[in-house]
Design a protein around this ligand. Structure first.
Ligand SMILES: Cc1cc2nc3c(=O)[nH]c(=O)nc-3n(C[C@H](O)[C@H](O)[C@H](O)COP(=O)(O)OP(=O)(O)OC[C@H]3O[C@@H](n4cnc5c(N)ncnc54)[C@H](O)[C@@H]3O)c2cc1C
Length: 418
């Protein structure tokens, strides 16, 4: 593997020049860069077929990136949230669907890993968690297992406003899971589905959220519905049905009650979809520069850069890209447990800006490059369609980010409605 691969022009790297990176981060970003061109070459195929990028996952496995967020003591690369985000955004430049699904897998490793290490647990919970995560991590490091992260149900639960309707009833040796998840990326490709569900009690409570991995071959677990969406077609985000699915104790990804604590204390855990779209924004800009310079591979070398309207358009794109990237990098610098209020508000602002600006940049790129750029033999129209999905993704959709900023800017914690 060529780990020295970096974009020849730092404008198109996720961090740009002169950004502080440690040796490990440089190495991991280089690995992602070295995989990128292969992913880009395959992206059109997976997009047209709306099929899962299995070849890319084989490459991710060979490169050791399936273990990116697994702590080193369990045999992984030990990436923290910031390092994960830089790698993920790098992948996003080349194939949105691969980066987005990689988010689901990598964060299934990160949340029980570096994030959970900082959460409060009793000694008993800590010991139990250590035992359980060793099982999950072993599967990934040893066997290349892939984990999905199906939370959405089409209710207020994925927005963090109600308990999950998928329930888990305690039985001897484990749990019986019943319910339904929609938009489950990696459906049919994952070996384990890390579901959020609520402990079955007479009154469901968000405090009783459980996070556990359902094996793909568990009796009672089925995948339903078709998948033919506008964008992010390679994510294959279909519906999952759970009918009295027995899930053993050992499948817990976090001890009882700990996910609820994480969601409250580690808000940046919900920003991890944004790097994919940061990557798409960079790709749209890079394409436009190359197109206007007549440097797009496979296209006649026609230059369009001499027109003042094109120069203004690319200037506008650069301003928007740099605004977005600056907020992205600041958000990553802020990410920690119990961040102060301004950092949380900034995280919402960053998520909102990345999701909205990625789509705005793609739209501007198509308008600027013109009709030929929206033909399917070029990547821009796929970038445009993929970029449309970011603002819709729960729990931090663009709308909900505005909701939260508005509310939290005007009310302090614990203050009641007027
Ligand atoms: C390509 C793709 C891949 C995905 N992969 C996954 C995955 O792997 N796992 C997963 O869990 N989900 C996944 N999702 C689902 C995604 O996160 C959302 O849950 C899904 O798009 C919500 O669709 P919906 O129409 O049911 O939203 P609804 O719940 O109907 O919400 C519609 C909009 O209303 C707003 N809204 C929702 N609830 C509230 C509220 N309480 N108050 C105010 N406004 C609200 C939000 O802005 C939301 O966008 C994926 C989505 C896409 C597009």
């Amino acid at each position: 593997m060529d780990v020295t691969a970096l974009p020849s022009d730092p404008r198109y790297s996720v961090v740009g020049s002169n950004h502080p990176l440690d040796a490990r981060q440089k190495e991991l970003i280089s690995i992602a860069e070295s995989l990128g061109p292969r992913f880009a070459a395959r992206a059109d195929h997976y997009d047209r077929e709306a099929s899962f990028p299995h070849e890319n996952y084989a490459d991710l496995k060979d490169a050791g990136l399936l273990a990116l967020c697994i702590p080193e003591k369990f045999g992984g690369k030990g990436a923290d949230l910031r390092t994960y985000a830089l790698v993920s955004a790098t992948l996003g430049k080349y194939c949105g669907s691969t980066a987005l699904t990689f988010n689901m897998h990598a964060c299934s490793m990160l949340w029980p890993g570096a994030l959970a290490d900082e959460l409060e647990m009793t000694a008993e919970q800590r010991a139990e968690h250590e035992r359980h995560r060793a099982i999950h991590y072993g599967r990934v490091v040893r066997d290349g297992a892939i984990y999905a992260q199906p939370f959405s149900e089409g209710s207020a639960a994925a927005a963090g406003r109600a308990p999950f309707g998928t329930t888990a009833a305690k039985v001897a040796g484990g749990w019986l899971v019943n319910g339904k998840k929609i938009f489950a990326s990696l459906a049919g490709a994952a070996h384990y589905y890390g579901v959020l569900c609520t402990e079955a009690k007479p009154e469901l409570s968000m405090r009783d959220t459980l996070y556990m991995a359902v094996p793909a071959n568990a009796p009672g677990f089925t995948i339903a519905g078709d998948w033919d969406p506008l964008g992010m077609r390679g994510t294959v985000s279909r519906t999952l049905l759970f009918k009295d699915v027995f899930v053993s104790e050992d499948e817990q990804m976090m001890p009882r009650g700990v996910y609820f604590q994480a969601a409250g204390r580690w808000p940046h855990m919900f920003t991890t979809l944004a790097p994919t779209y940061m990557g798409i924004a960079i790709a749209a800009y890079e394409f436009t520069v190359k197109y206007l310079r007549g440097e797009v591979e496979g296209m006649p070398p026609v230059r369009r850069r001499m027109y003042p309207t094109k120069q203004i358009a690319i200037a506008e794109m650069w301003v928007k890209l740099e605004q977005t990237r600056a907020l992205f990098l600041r958000m990553l610098a802020d990410a920690r447990i119990d961040p102060p209020k301004d950092a949380r508000l900034r995280a919402y602002a960053a998520q909102y800006s990345i999701m909205e600006n990625a789509n705005a940049l793609c739209a501007l790129a198509i308008r600027t490059c013109g009709g030929q750029s929206m033909l399917r033999n070029l990547p821009l129209e796929r970038l445009y369609r993929d970029s449309r999905c970011g603002a819709l993704m729960l729990p931090w959709t663009a709308e909900l980010c505005l909701d939260r900023i508005g509310r939290e800017a005007l009310y302090e914690s614990g203050e009641a409605d007027d």
